[in-house]
Write a protein that binds this ligand. Structure first.
Ligand SMILES: C[S@@+](CC[C@H](N)C(=O)[O-])C[C@H]1O[C@@H](n2cnc3c(N)ncnc32)[C@H](O)[C@@H]1O
Length: 366
C-alpha cells in the first residue's frame, strides 16, 4: 500500500519522501469491539486519490486505521477519549523505535523490594472476572506498570496487559460478573477455554512480541492524544471518523462501560474513587456518552463536521445505524462540494454477528 509521494519536511521544505515500507499485517490481531483492523487497508485505499498529508483518527480505539495511515506514509494523530486506548496509540502510532525486552516483562511480573503493593483488585473484584491468583497478579502488574519510566515501554507493556486481560475474558468484555463461565466444568460451544486458561505470563510475552513487531518509523512525527473528539484543535488535511455505533433499535456501544477494567488498570491510584460499588461487576461510575445515544448522536455528528469542515472528512459507518447513512450523507453535502459513499461487500466487524448490515465509508471533500 505504501508508495512514494511528494511531502514536506518539518521545516516546510518539499522532499520526495518514500515511507518506510511496513506491512499492515504486522498490526496485532484484536478482539476490540468495532475494531476496523480487517477493513483498515480498504479504508485507506478508498482515499488514495485525494491529496492529504496530516490525518486525525478522531476515535482511534486500537489504532488500526491510524496504523494503516502510518503505513501509507501519512503524519497521523491518533486520538481516543479513553486512557487505555491512548496508551495503545503511544505504543503503536507515536512510538518509532522503542521495543520491549524479555527483561521488561520480568520487571512487570516480579514483586520488587521496597514497593508497597495494594490489594484493591483482589478485594474489589473477587470472583468477578479473574481467579484470586490472577487478581493478585493484576494488582502487582498495575503497580509495576505505573513505575515504568519510559513512556513507550510503559505503553507497550500496557498493551500486552490489556490484550492478555481481554483474551482471558468470556466475550472479551467486562460487562458482566461472569467468571463462573470460564471455570464451569461443562461442554462449551463458544469461547476458547485454552486461551482463558493460558497464564497471564505466557499471554504477556506473546502480546509483547506482537506489539514489538508493529513498531516502526514512517519518517514523520505521528502522535497519540487523549481527548474528546469535539475538543481537538482543527487543522488536519483529513479527519477519519469512526465513533461508537448506535444500532437501528437505539442501542449504543458504551466503550467506557465495556472496558472499564482496562481504564481502571491505567488509573489504578484513583480507581477506588471512580468505581460504582453498588453493581456486581463493579464498573466505573456511569458517564453518559452522547455518541452512544440515539437522541444525541446526530447532534454530535453535526458539531464534529462543523468543527472540522476545513478538512477532508471520512466517516466509517454501518448501513443500519442511527442516524441513517442517508442522513449523514445529507449532513456532509451541506458542508462539502463532493461526497461519495463506498460500500464494502464483506462483514469485517470484530465480534459482529449481524450479517444484514454493510460497512460504508462516506467521504466528503471540496
Ligand atoms: C468504533 S470505536 C473505534 C475503533 C477503531 N477505529 C479501531 O479500529 O479500533 C470508537 C472509539 O471511540 C472512542 N470514543 C468514544 N467517545 C469518544 C469521544 N467523545 N471522543 C473521542 N473518542 C471517543 C471509544 O473509546 C472507542 O475506542
Amino acid at each position: 500500500m505504501a508508495k512514494a509521494h511528494t511531502s514536506h519536511t518539518l521545516r516546510g521544505m518539499p522532499t520526495l519522501f518514500t515511507p518506510t515500507h511496513h506491512d499492515f499485517e504486522r498490526f496485532p490481531a484484536t478482539r476490540y469491539q468495532g475494531s476496523k483492523r480487517r477493513s483498515a487497508e480498504w479504508i485507506v485505499e478508498r482515499l488514495a486519490d485525494l491529496e492529504y498529508r496530516t490525518v486525525l483518527d478522531a476515535f482511534g480505539g486500537t489504532g488500526s486505521v491510524a496504523f494503516a495511515f502510518k503505513c501509507a506514509g501519512k503524519q497521523v494523530t491518533c486520538n481516543d477519549l479513553l486512557r487505555f486506548n491512548h496508551r495503545i496509540g503511544l505504543a503503536l502510532i507515536e512510538n518509532r523505535d522503542v521495543r520491549l525486552e524479555e527483561s521488561d516483562i520480568d520487571f512487570l511480573l516480579a514483586a520488587h523490594e521496597g514497593v508497597r503493593y495494594d490489594d484493591f483488585i483482589q478485594r474489589t473484584f473477587q470472583g468477578v472476572y479473574f481467579t484470586d491468583d490472577e487478581n493478585a497478579l493484576l494488582d502487582r502488574l498495575a503497580v509495576n506498570l505505573a513505575a515504568v519510566r519510559c513512556p513507550f515501554k510503559q505503553a507497550l507493556s500496557s498493551f500486552a496487559v490489556f490484550q492478555a486481560a481481554i483474551a482471558k475474558r468470556p466475550y472479551n468484555l467486562f460487562h458482566r460478573a461472569n467468571l463462573y463461565m470460564r471455570l464451569a466444568d461443562v461442554e462449551r460451544t463458544f469461547g476458547n477455554k485454552a486461551t482463558w486458561d493460558t497464564p497471564f505470563e505466557a499471554h504477556l510475552r506473546a502480546f509483547a512480541r506482537e506489539a514489538n513487531d508493529a513498531v516502526f518509523d514512517n519518517g514523520l512525527p505521528c502522535r497519540a492524544v487523549c481527548a474528546d473528539a469535539l475538543e481537538i484543535e482543527p487543522g488536519f488535511d483529513l479527519v477519519y471518523i469512526d465513533p461508537p455505533y448506535v444500532s437501528a433499535s437505539g442501542v449504543g456501544v458504551d466503550y467506557r462501560e465495556f472496558y472499564h477494567f482496562l481504564e481502571g488498570l491505567v488509573r489504578y491510584e484513583e480507581w477506588p474513587m471512580l468505581i460504582d460499588a453498588t453493581l456486581k461487576h463493579r464498573p466505573l461510575a456511569r458517564k453518559a456518552d452522547p455518541w452512544a445515544r440515539a437522541e444525541t448522536i446526530a447532534d454530535c455528528f453535526t458539531r464534529l463536521f462543523d468543527r472540522f469542515r476545513g478538512s477532508i472528512l471520512a466517516v466509517s459507518y454501518r448501513s443500519n445505524g442511527i442516524p441513517s447513512v442517508e442522513a449523514l450523507e445529507a449532513l456532509l453535502r451541506e458542508r462539502k462540494r463532493h461526497v461519495v459513499c463506498h460500500a464494502r461487500a464483506e462483514q469485517p466487524y470484530a465480534l459482529s454477528t449481524d450479517r444484514a448490515t454493510r460497512e460504508v465509508l462516506l467521504v466528503g471533500w471540496d
